[in-house]
Design a protein around this ligand. Structure first.
Ligand SMILES: NC(=O)c1ccc[n+]([C@@H]2O[C@H](COP(=O)([O-])OP(=O)(O)OC[C@H]3O[C@@H](n4cnc5c(N)ncnc54)[C@H](OP(=O)(O)O)[C@@H]3O)[C@@H](O)[C@H]2O)c1
Length: 269
């Protein structure tokens, strides 16, 4: 080891694992929806640390969104926060136009924005159903459709849609949320089939129980039950979901498309 270090110093060789050419997303331009908090925010930071230029959206958390833009710029990448409602079709088209005007290409689109409005089916009202389907599922259609032309012109692109293990297994009290997340899986597999010949990949991330503001809303009893049922015996971190997204956005997954990657500590096998 000593000889190796002396060799590096003598030959003026610097081993810096953070240098741009070592970064997994160097030079890539990515767009993440819903990055003011939680998993989206962790993705934005992790992606920037891996050299990506990051455009991201927020809706109600304006101050947090503006602060994130500065935080990402401090990491030495180009960053821009857009206040944009992912569930609004016209706003999604405008967002892609604004993104491509600022960034030279769109290499990865991460549809992460999502909400819960939990209730048992007997108590769930139409507004709770409609809102969750609109924000969680229609948003994925909106952004994918708006970005498709750009991806097709480039003949490259990676779409990562954030579903949930609940979309695979179902969950009592979350029929609206589970339906939206299951819908994302069917949608993504179809897009992978439809756009694959243009070198456009589409994959799904299905997180399990991840500690964020979203899961803070769940009741104590449900939280404890979930944690006990996880073979890794702990909740996941937003950064751990972000690391899986790095893989799907990077060229490391160049031959992976139409897949659902669970990030759930083996909660669901
Ligand atoms: N946490 C978990 O355990 C877990 C598990 C499985 C899947 N997921 C999924 O992972 C994703 C992120 O979850 P999270 O836990 O990080 O949630 P979170 O902490 O509640 O953050 C949600 C994010 O989505 C944004 N958002 C909500 N509605 C939006 C809209 N209409 N347009 C644009 N942005 C919107 C919010 O922005 P504003 O605050 O600015 O409105 C916020 O940045 C969601 O799709 C969720 O379903 C989470």
């Amino acid at each position: 080891m000593l000889f190796f270090c002396a060799y590096l110093v003598k030959n003026n060789i610097h081993l810096d694992l953070n240098r741009n050419n070592m970064k997994l997303l160097a030079g890539k331009n990515v767009l993440i929806t819903g990055a003011s908090r939680g998993i989206g925010r962790a993705m934005a930071i992790r992606f920037a640390e891996q050299g990506a230029n990051v455009g991201f959206t927020y809706l109600s958390s304006v101050e947090k969104g503006q602060a994130l833009e500065k935080e990402l710029e401090a990491l030495g990448v180009v960053s821009k926060g857009f206040r944009s409602d992912a569930s609004d079709f016209a706003a999604a088209e405008q967002l892609i136009a604004d993104f491509t005007a600022k960034f030279s290409s769109l290499d990865a689109l991460i549809n992460n924005a999502g909400v819960t409005r939990d209730n048992l089916i007997l108590r769930m009202n139409e507004a709770q159903w409609d809102e969750v389907l609109r924000i969680n599922l229609k948003s994925v259609f909106n952004l994918t459709k708006a970005a498709a032309k750009t991806f097709m012109k480039q003949r490259s692109g990676s779409i990562i849609n954030v579903s949930s293990v609940v979309g695979i297994k179902g969950n009592a009290g979350q029929a609206n949320y589970a339906a939206s997340k299951a819908g994302i899986i069917g949608f993504s597999k179809s897009i992978a089939l439809e756009l694959g010949s243009r070198n456009i990949r589409c994959n799904v991330l299905a997180p399990g129980f991840i500690e964020t503001e979203m899961t803070e809303q769940l009741d104590e009893k449900m939280l404890k039950q979930w944690q006990e049922g996880i073979p890794l015996k702990r909740a996941g971190k937003a950064e751990e979901v972000a690391d899986a997204a790095i893989f799907l956005a990077s060229d490391l997954s160049a031959y992976v498309s139409g897949q659902v990657l669970q990030v759930d500590g083996a909660m669901l096998t």
